[in-house]
Design a protein around this ligand. Structure first.
Ligand code: 87F
Length: 509
């Protein structure tokens, strides 16, 4: 992804351009296959999701991106409310005292914590941290609020921003220094309740990726090395970017066990008057989801939005020829939008008279609108419209009599096709390996590697050490819940010891 950072703070592009496109200001000048990093930056900027900002690693999220975030938010927020999880808001700032309390777990993260040290010209007596996550912000109050079993479960969520001062390769949505997320923090009387919730939330994350963003993901458990160090175990949904051959963690749902309960003294008394410690979970998904969507579905014309998350599912474009009944065509466009909007389809007409139809086609293609409807003189005469799919370019004439049902059908087909194509591409990258030699070869071919593993931390450290290089080391991505059969006597690909499970490996974001 070199080149993404290079573009930082530049208003325009740079590097190799196809002159024709530059002239019209349309389309992209980099292709997805030839220069993925530059293609990605250009797709999110020209698609009007992102504007680069004058602080490295920080990006402006424009309405086109936020509307996708809001659609996912509406779904997830309603689902967690059904689970009796309540929203709240804790402060952005963290006192150094509480942050230190989590010292052991925050150790590796410390360099990423941003601090406020001044107000105006005067140094603060005590510097204040900006939340990178909110465990240490929230749990002192969990300790205060939880006294008896009647106070449990305590299930809170907040929608907020967090700041992690990353140093490696900032990328819009994927790795930014400030990002938006939801973070859920729950406390239960029993481990069983906590275990159940971890998987319920993970299923919602699968749903966001697969049903909304049309991205196939694998549900699984993180290795001891890759889990959240402060917790008991970590589950995740993992996606894959075929172009770069990298895995990407889509969202995580952790069972924290009683580690934080010990640290923050979150105790309760049960019915029998016995003292106990709570069992906790925490879980999050972030605006990274949008970046994964762009990387998976985008093409050389720009963004490709799945209908379920697109702010605009359909754009109607008038195509008036010289002597045509322009007013009639414009009226038909307006009427088409009204019919579709009434049926709950997010539709608009592009009636601007200072752009040609061809310019509008490319413009809306760049923004990824799933379906385009063109209305010209012939369509008007035949009481029909022409529909053009963004995902595969297929053109269909639709009678205005059956407009709503046909359009609904097409949007469903686009949604399904995006998922199917993404799954085919992902599956084609999966390589089952049994030996170290096969593993190294597959890694060189940008594969998503499924290998039998002994599940030992030192062996994973060894894999990392042995694969270190400019491209980054390989690591375990997850041990999928759905395990293929592991024949008796199967050996670990890396250590030769008896294998305990099949695990996905690869380079990752
Ligand atoms: C960066 C700086 C300081 C990740 C960090 O995954 C602390 C941290 O604790 C840190 N980066 N983490 C782990 C976050 C764990 C957990 N928090 C709640 C989640 C889900 C939401």
């Amino acid at each position: 992804m070199a080149g993404v950072e290079q573009r930082q703070n530049k208003s325009g592009g740079g590097g190799k351009k196809k002159e024709v496109k530059k002239e019209t200001g349309l389309g992209l000048s980099f292709t997805k296959d030839e220069n993925f990093g530059e293609w990605y930056s250009e797709a999110v900027v020209n698609g009007e999701m992102i504007e680069y900002y004058d602080i490295s690693g920080c990006y402006i999220l424009r309405p086109w991106a936020i509307s996708i975030w809001e659609i996912m938010q509406t779904f997830f927020d309603a689902e967690i409310k059904k689970m009796k999880i309540k929203n709240c808001y804790f402060p952005l700032f963290v006192s150094p005292g509480v942050l230190q309390k989590e010292k052991d777990h925050i150790e590796g993260f410390a360099p990423e914590v941003a601090w406020v040290t001044k107000s105006g010209e005067s140094e603060l007596e005590v510097p204040i941290a900006i939340r990178p996550t909110s465990e240490t912000v929230m749990y002192p109050y969990y300790s205060k609020w939880i006294r008896g079993h009647r106070d449990l479960p305590l299930k809170l969520n907040q929608w907020c921003n967090v700041v992690r001062w990353e140093f490696s390769n900032p990328t819009p949505f994927i790795r930014s220094r400030e990002f938006l997320w939801q973070e859920g923090h729950t406390a239960f009387a029993t481990k069983e309740e906590a275990d159940t919730e971890v998987l319920q939330i993970l299923e919602l994350y699968r749903c966001i990726y697969e049903e909304f963003l049309a991205i196939p993901v694998t549900k699984g458990r993180k290795s001891e090395l890759e889990k959240f160090a402060g917790g008991l175990y970590t589950t995740s949904v993992e996606a894959f970017i075929p172009n770069t051959g990298r895995g990407i963690q889509g969202a995580t749902s952790h069972c924290l066990g009683q580690n934080f309960a010990k640290m923050f003294e979150i105790n309760f008394e049960n019915e029998k008057g016995e003292k106990g410690m709570v069992w906790q979970n925490s879980w999050a998904y972030s605006t990274r989801t949008i970046g994964v969507m762009v990387m998976v579905h985008g093409d050389d014309k720009g963004l490709v939005l799945p209908p379920k998350v697109a702010a605009l599912q359909l754009i109607v474009i008038p195509v008036p020829y010289k002597d045509a009944d322009t007013q009639g065509i414009f009226d038909a466009c307006v009427a088409t939008v009204a019919t579709l909007s009434d049926a709950g389809i997010r539709a608009e007409a592009d009636l601007r008279d200072n752009y040609s139809p061809a310019w509008k086609y490319s413009n809306w293609e760049m923004k990824g609108v799933p379906l385009r409807i063109e209305i010209g003189p012939r369509d008007l005469a035949n009481n029909q419209v022409r529909a053009v799919r963004r995902d595969n370019g297929a053109k269909t004439d639709i009678s205005r009599v059956f407009l709503v049902e046909q359009v609904k059908g097409m949007l469903d087909k686009i949604q399904q096709n995006l998922f199917d194509v993404a799954k085919q591409k992902r599956d084609a990258c999966v390589e089952v390996v049994k030996t170290w030699e096969e593993f190294v070869t597959a890694l060189g071919q940008k594969k998503l590697i499924l290998a039998p593993w002994c599940d030992e931390e030192d062996v994973e450290k060894d894999v990392k050490a042995r694969t270190k290089g400019d491209m980054g080391a390989a690591k375990s991505l997850c041990t999928p819940f759905e395990q293929p059969e592991l024949p008796e006597g199967t050996k670990c690909f890396a250590s030769g010891k008896p294998a305990k499970k099949w695990t996905y490996w690869g380079r990752s974001y």
